[in-house]
Design a protein around this ligand. Structure first.
Ligand SMILES: NC(=O)c1ccc[n+]([C@@H]2O[C@H](COP(=O)([O-])OP(=O)(O)OC[C@H]3O[C@@H](n4cnc5c(N)ncnc54)[C@H](O)[C@@H]3O)[C@@H](O)[C@H]2O)c1
Length: 277
């Protein structure tokens, strides 16, 4: 069912690599809800992924940008305003990458140049996006800017490595820039999403196990990329206009659960004292 929640709204969607990407699913939902947008990714991802197929489906222009480059971001915002015919109402930052995770470095033996890269790509890029948007006066009043986070910002998940620090910084940037952008009535939030089977997700060692664990620890189960896309639409719509500077849990209840019947049953399948066995 569609509600035309984003009719007339314009924006930029970062991070659609392939159809598993959260940004890919978000782009499709935004389109269904009447929004128009440009799609962007780093040049190498544009060559590897199938973004042009998505662009055709969504009738969206593709504008390459490395999200760590101010010059690329300025070009992206200027061209997006040109192509879309006016200032923007929403921006989705769905970007994450850690060379230390990719190269399976242990947390006690991180490469510090790569650590800086992790922070730059996965967190500071969010600041750069908003810095450029503000400098170019690219956002309409009551616009909405979102980035995607993970609960490793608050709790330790060992194999998530330096991405945990990146997510903590990302969430902090949302609060600080959200305060600043409120003067222009622009809201800024992060959505903390369940583990999701995407290229970035699968890149974390042992991902299958913590995907299964999170599923069992979430009373509603893991939220999928499509569920996340629906939440993104809500956050871009006028229905959430007073929500800002928040880290919004979108995790089927994981973050509020101490233990669940599903976890107890998997640990003690034959325990007669366990009412769920
Ligand atoms: N998959 C999960 O389990 C999960 C859970 C919570 C949060 N998230 C977050 O969701 C967001 C989207 O990731 P995803 O899971 O859809 O994976 P994905 O691999 O599909 O998307 C990550 C994107 O980041 C882009 N990217 C990397 N470096 C870039 C750069 N320098 N400039 C521009 N773009 C760059 C990649 O090209 C890719 O499109 C990330 O922030 C990720 O950390 C993912």
């Amino acid at each position: 069912m569609t509600y035309n929640l984003l009719k007339g709204k314009k924006g930029i969607v970062f991070g659609a690599l392939d159809e598993n990407s959260i940004a890919w699913q978000a782009a499709k939902k935004i389109k269904e809800e009447g929004g128009t947008f440009t799609l962007t990714n780093a040049s190498i991802a544009l060559r590897m992924g199938g973004i042009h197929q998505l662009a055709e489906e969504c009738k969206a222009a593709v504008i390459p940008a490395d999200a760590t480059s101010i010059e690329d971001l300025e070009n992206l915002f200027n061209r997006s305003i040109e192509v879309l015919g006016g200032k923007l109402d929403f921006v989705l930052h769905a970007i994450g990458m850690s060379p230390n995770v990719r190269k399976k470095k242990s947390y006690g033996d991180l490469d510090y140049a790569w650590f800086m890269k992790t922070l730059d790509v996965s967190a500071l890029s969010f600041h750069k996006v908003m810095h450029v948007a503000e400098k170019l006066d690219a956002m309409n009043a009551w616009g909405s800017i979102l980035a995607l986070s993970y609960i490793a910002a608050q709790r330790t998940f060992p194999d998530y490595s330096d991405m945990a620090q990146a997510k903590a910084v990302l969430e902090s940037i949302a609060r600080s820039y959200g305060y600043r952008f409120a003067k222009k009535k622009v809201r800024v939030n992060t959505i903390s999403q369940s583990p999701t089977m995407t290229t970035a997700g699968r890149g974390v060692p042992g991902f299958d196990v913590f995907y299964e664990y999170a599923h069992k620890m979430s009373p509603l189960g893991n939220a999928s990329a499509t569920d996340c896309a629906n939440y993104i639409v809500l956050m871009f719509s006028d229905l959430s206009r007073m929500v800002t500077m928040q880290n919004l849990m979108h995790d089927g209840g994981f973050s509020s659960s101490g233990i669940t019947e599903a976890v107890i049953t998997s640990l003690y399948p034959h325990d007669k004292t366990n009412p769920s066995s």
